[in-house]
Design a binder for this molecule. Sequence first.
Ligand code: ADP
Length: 383
Amino acid sequence: MKHDPIRILLVDDDEDDYLLVSELFGEIHHIRFELEWARTYREALDAFAHRQHEAYLLDNYLGEHTGMDLLREMVAQGCLAPIIMLTGQGDRALDLEAMEAGATDYLVKGRLNADLLERSIRYAIAHKQAEKALVQKTEALERSNQELEMFNYVVSHDLQAPLRTIGGFASLLQQSYQGRLDAEADRYIAFIVEGALRMQTLIKDVLAYSREGRHAIERQRIDVNEVLRQTLESLRATLDEQEAVVTHDPLPTIEADTTQIGRLLQNLIGNGVKFRGQARPRVHVSAKREGGMWCFSVQDNGIGIDRKYQDRIFEVFERLHNESAYEGTGIGLAICKKIVEGHGGHIWVTSDVGQGATFHFTIPKYLSNNNGLAGAEGDGAIS
Ligand code: ADP
């Protein structure tokens, strides 16, 4: 089968270079290339406007403009085809600059041969195609994720109304007819009231879970000591009731979403106290640097978690106990996972049954969108 030739645009103001490159293409027989030539920045942009080339070769010397200028302009105009820079020998800084600006490859002009040229173009095209496929897949995934979240939200929301009716009338029935029907009827009504309440809690938690991913993270500099202090305030009643002791090391200032980090700490500390053993509950929060991450730990002295369940517990509705032993719906850790992963980190647990549990989570120190430093500056980061 004959393939269409691969259309290449060479942008170079030097005719000798054009002749050299077309000669090299002439030596390649197993793939057909069709070389077109633009001499100036303007000519190149005019040709680029038609988006008919599968790859671009740019020389850096183009009279009043440079190939770098052109590269930047083409990238800004959403060029999806690969751009390969032709550079002089030893132009290391330029090579790196070109790659950072979006070039797929660079070729040193003095060392050019047919093999190198053919391979670079072929790889560059394959690389771009893979990149394109990945972007499309990611977009499709994001779309279906959003649809799922939306579905989740709408269904949960719409379930609330009929459930309120069932719960409300069952409670009324309980209040008005308690003791007037027989004992069995009283028991059945009590089951309906309990079931409706449990369902309401489940729906409330599913809504909280789906809401968690719906808004962009608002990253700001936050002192985790302060977030922890507020979290402990909101947990005060539970902590007092369980006579729990929560301690912490000096914690860093990080760039993250305050509300979400508060919720994360509240879930983890709350669990540390809820899944207590015989001893008085003790929870300790600490943080250390690990490469580009802050690694936080929330350690408790509770019942611990069997190793074989340590991944499962982060999934929605996964619980290792029934409602009567420890109340809950199994959504807390799924929310924690969403929060941590939304910040670009990971969450995991280390534990053994009866030995307490330590939940670890990482938060990147640096922002991914180049907004600057996420951790506190310098080495005095822990404050
Ligand atoms: P919930 O607390 O509502 O059950 P979570 O998602 O917070 O839901 O936790 C899921 C399960 O993981 C819990 O039911 C429990 O079995 C286990 N778990 C979570 N935290 C701890 C902990 N600190 N110690 C022991 N088990 C835990």
